[in-house]
Design a protein around this ligand. Structure first.
Ligand SMILES: NC(=O)c1ccc[n+]([C@@H]2O[C@H](COP(=O)([O-])OP(=O)(O)OC[C@H]3O[C@@H](n4cnc5c(N)ncnc54)[C@H](O)[C@@H]3O)[C@@H](O)[C@H]2O)c1
Length: 380
């Protein structure tokens, strides 16, 4: 196996999820490449060192520019807040590094275009961590759709519900709460949660033509952690939008952080001419499937336990019937990225693929302001 020296930026939620994936991938997948945990970078040197010791990184940096300068780093993995993605990615591309970047790709479409241009110019392998594609039940949904089991698609319905920002006392900004600060996050639930729903949707059901959206900021002002001042909240707390896909199907998407009782309820349902599919993140190893062509007496929703050896990715794990979980989607994504390098067929979503989600988010946020249907931009 050829070693690939990883430089990780950010040791938060995703820093942990990716480190776990890098450590496990070669134990479960036969690959030509092996990630080596070379360096972790974060601004707090002490915390970065503690993280390095826990996860097995060989060294620590406190400035990502220094990390990118290093000759012993092959791959930069961006796990820092959204407003840092573009600058880091452009510099990493210029330095000839492979780049894995957390979602959303960028703060908006134009910034994403610059990132796409940078990796294209440098010809460096790149990918965005839309990991839900690689939950076996979701990958199975893709396979069933591509094989034509659903027939013509009429409806796509997705939602992603949380409840953690309801308190007006919650501050915005800084470590842990950057998602509430529009300058760090770019947007609220649209870029954070709906971006996932959109990525899955365009992967399963093709491009979106136009959207019309409703957005709301329920808590208008919050104290900013970094300034100590009460400041206007610039993010969307909730967003619901309608979309028309290129294939003629109609869609509804909804996301909020104000749905009391829901922590991470991501669900989607697709209704086709012959069959329907439903998936729920809370029950992620199951795919619900209804096929109208089944024999009448026993026709009904099947709950497929996606754990058999012939289900996507599952032969690499335990024996049939035993479930895997959220963390494994990241392991699968690393495996697919390396497989893409071996086969010279890049694993998706590349930066270019992920730009489409960015364009849809832009159109949604614009429509939230104009109240009009908005066309989704395309890369020229
Ligand atoms: N794929 C997914 O399902 C998923 C889930 C959560 C977050 N994300 C994305 O991952 C990214 C990080 O989110 P998170 O939840 O891990 O955040 P987090 O707050 O848990 O961690 C962010 C990390 O970035 C570091 N950081 C911030 N600015 C930095 C800088 N200038 N230089 C170096 N390090 C810096 C912070 O110290 C922290 O370690 C975001 O873009 C987010 O949208 C994706």
């Amino acid at each position: 196996m050829k070693p690939i020296n990883v430089g990780l930026i950010g040791y938060g939620f995703m820093g942990r999820a990716h480190s776990n994936a890098f450590r496990k991938v070669n134990n479960f997948f036969d690959l030509d490449y092996q990630p080596v945990l070379k360096a972790v970078c974060a601004r707090d040197g002490g915390k970065a060192k503690a993280f390095a010791e826990r996860w097995g990184y060989q060294s620590v940096e406190t400035d990502w520019r220094e990390l990118i300068k290093r000759d012993d780093i092959d791959l930069i993995d961006i796990c820092s807040p959204n407003n840092t993605h573009a600058e880091i990615a452009r510099a990493a591309a210029k330095a000839g590094k492979m780049i894995l970047c957390e979602k959303p790709l960028s703060m908006d479409g134009p910034e994403g275009e610059e990132m796409v241009a940078a990796v294209a110019k440098a010809k460096v392998p790149n990918m965005v961590w839309y990991n839900y594609r690689r939950i076996p039940a979701v990958t199975l949904a893709k396979k069933l759709i591509d094989e034509g089991h659903l027939g013509r698609i009429f409806h796509y319905r997705a939602k992603f519900l949380q409840d953690w920002t309801i308190s007006p006392e919650l501050p915005q900004g800084g470590q842990g709460l950057w998602r509430l600060d529009v300058k760090a996050a770019g947007s609220g639930v649209t870029g954070d949660l709906l971006a996932h729903c959109i990525d899955t949707a365009i992967w399963l059901n093709g491009s979106v033509d136009k959207v019309t959206a409703m957005t709301e900021t329920f808590i208008k002002e919050r104290t900013h952690t970094l300034t100590g001042k009460v400041q206007k909240v610039g993010i969307d707390d909730a967003c619901a939008f309608l979309a028309r896909f290129k294939n003629g199907s109609l869609a509804t998407f909804e996301s909020t952080r104000y749905a009391r009782g829901h922590k991470a309820l991501y669900t989607f349902e697709i209704n086709g001419e012959h069959a329907s599919i439903f998936w729920d993140l809370h029950d992620l190893h199951r795919l619900q499937y209804f096929d109208h062509r089944d024999e009448g007496q026993t026709r009904g929703w099947r709950s497929i336990h996606v754990t058999d050896g012939d289900h996507p990715y599952m032969k690499n794990w335990w024996v049939p019937g035993l479930a895997i979980g959220y963390e494994h989607s990241f392991v699968h994504q690393v495996a697919d990225f390396f497989e893409g390098l071996s086969k010279k067929k890049p694993a998706s979503p590349t930066f270019r693929d992920a730009l489409e989600t960015q364009y849809i988010c832009d159109a949604v946020l614009k429509s939230g302001k104009t109240g009009q249907w908005e066309k989704v931009s395309r890369l020229k």
